[in-house]
Design a protein around this ligand. Structure first.
Ligand code: HSE
Length: 435
């Protein structure tokens, strides 16, 4: 067994510098587990003038602007890619596999888009490919799913996997601040991605859900299979009505598998305050898992940040080195077990929240309820308030379990009723035990 394993780092940003310092700081613990030391030998930096010189060293790590200095170094066994972006990262990882080096990445965009190709290249070159940090930062959720639930059938996942949107929704809910002001605060605190569109439009969460769904259900879920709705259009009124009815608004990634068909989506949903996800506040992430054997389980923690993400990256490095010592590779998925089959809308069921405005006159309520009744949709809760406009009522309905297809039909018919002025909001409701 070697005395020292050398790691090559691609990228020394927030996560990369965390990796260098955490490996040094916790070297004793790592060495105790592995029986050898781990050292970041060299690191690729994009901008040599950014507050350092190229040939300067950080904690004994040589910095370079040439990727080949890292990728072609025969002493380096493990490449850690934390530079982000898609094409350059993809090419570097493929080059690393071709040079028989194991790869660890935190790059969710890349894994969501090119995971299948990268797994194939890893398997072909008998290399490891791990990406624990790509989903929910410091929470060991991928390993939890693949190893912790190795013998179980995971039926459902629900994740709060984007800290920025969770922070925004928490602020709106707790302090009644507007979406715009809450976003500004999240940006100032540094949670939001460089382009916050990926966060608030749900794309960041969709990428993470595609990765989670693949590992949980052993089927390739493409990014375009994930239906996405962001949080831009959420109004304070819906958060307040939700609160009064016993719910909290969260951006939720759902993934369900019935053993045959899969459904993955990201959308704002009203979560019952009795559900553990309702207590996940501010920038925190959590993934709720329902397994046939385990029942309910939930993983909670920091979804981003230098040290939490570095901790997940290094857990992968440690796994790779354990595999090296055993002479095996343990890539997380080799071949998916199931051919992907998406669940059609008429077979998807849920509880729903609708807010609409109608003329405040006799007979409106009975027309609305017979419309829903004819579609076999039953109301669980109804609220009616006078609206700000004269002779207009604001009506909020929460349904019992209904077909999504029928709900869409009901909304279309509702909009066409002469006495209905608009259908303002439509959200899924989750976690209501007696739906
Ligand atoms: N922008 C992401 C978030 C960072 O807010 O969760 C981690 O992917």
């Amino acid at each position: 067994m070697e005395d020292n394993v050398s790691v090559g780092l691609l990228g020394v940003g927030v996560v990369g510098s965390g990796v260098i310092s955490l490996i040094e700081k916790h070297q004793e613990k790592i060495a105790h587990q592995l029986g050898c030391h781990v050292h970041v030998k060299s690191a690729l930096v994009r901008n040599p003038n950014k507050a350092r010189d190229v040939d300067e060293e950080i904690n004994g790590t040589a910095l370079t602007t040439d990727p080949d200095d890292v990728l072609n170094d025969p002493e380096i066994d493990v490449i850690v890619e934390v530079m982000g972006g898609i094409e350059e990262a993809r090419e570097s990882i493929l080059k690393a596999f071709a040079a028989k080096k194991h790869v660890v990445t935190a790059n969710k965009d890349l894994v969501a888009l090119h995971g299948a190709e990268l797994h194939e290249a890893a398997a072909k070159n008998k290399c490891d490919f791990y990406y624990e940090a790509s989903v929910a930062g410091g929470i060991p959720i991928l390993r939890g799913i693949t190893d912790g639930f190795a013998s179980d059938h995971i039926e459902q996942l629900m994740g709060i996997v984007n800290g920025t949107t969770n922070y925004i929704l928490t602020k709106m809910h707790n302090e009644g601040v507007s979406y715009e002001d809450a976003l500004k605060e999240a940006q100032q605190l540094g949670f939001a991605e460089a382009d916050p569109a990926a966060d608030v439009e749900g794309l960041d969460a969709a990428r993470k859900m595609a990765i989670l769904g693949r590992l949980a259900f052993s089927t390739y879920i493409d990014l375009e299979d994930v239906e996405v709705t962001g949080i831009r259009d959420i109004e304070l009124a819906d958060l307040q009505y939700g609160d009064n009815l016993g719910f909290t608004m969260k951006l939720i990634g759902f993934a369900k598998f019935d053993g045959k068909q899969v459904e993955v989506n990201v959308q704002p949903a009203l979560i019952s305050k009795d559900h553990p996800l309702a207590d996940v506040k501010n920038e925190y992430n959590a993934v709720y898992v329902y397994g046939e054997a385990v029942g309910e389980a939930m993983f909670y923690g920091a979804g981003a940040g230098s040290m939490p993400t570095a901790s997940a990256v290094i857990s992968d490095v440690v796994t790779v080195i354990k595999n090296m010592h055993r002479g095996v590779t343990g890539s997380q998925i080799v071949e998916p077990r199931f051919k992907k089959e998406l669940k059609p809308k008429d077979q998807r069921f849920g509880q729903y929240y609708v807010r609409f405005h109608a003329k405040d006159e006799a007979g409106v309520f009975s027309r609305v309820s017979s419309l829903f009744n004819d579609l076999d949709i039953s109301f669980k809760q109804i609220l009616q308030n006078p609206s700000n406009s004269p002779d207009t009522a604001e009506i909020v309905v929460i349904t019992h379990y209904s077909s999504l297809e029928k709900m869409h039909q009901a909304l279309e018919e509702l909009e066409n009723l002469a006495s209905v002025l608009d259908v303002n909001s439509f959200y899924k409701v989750e976690g209501d035990a007696d739906a």
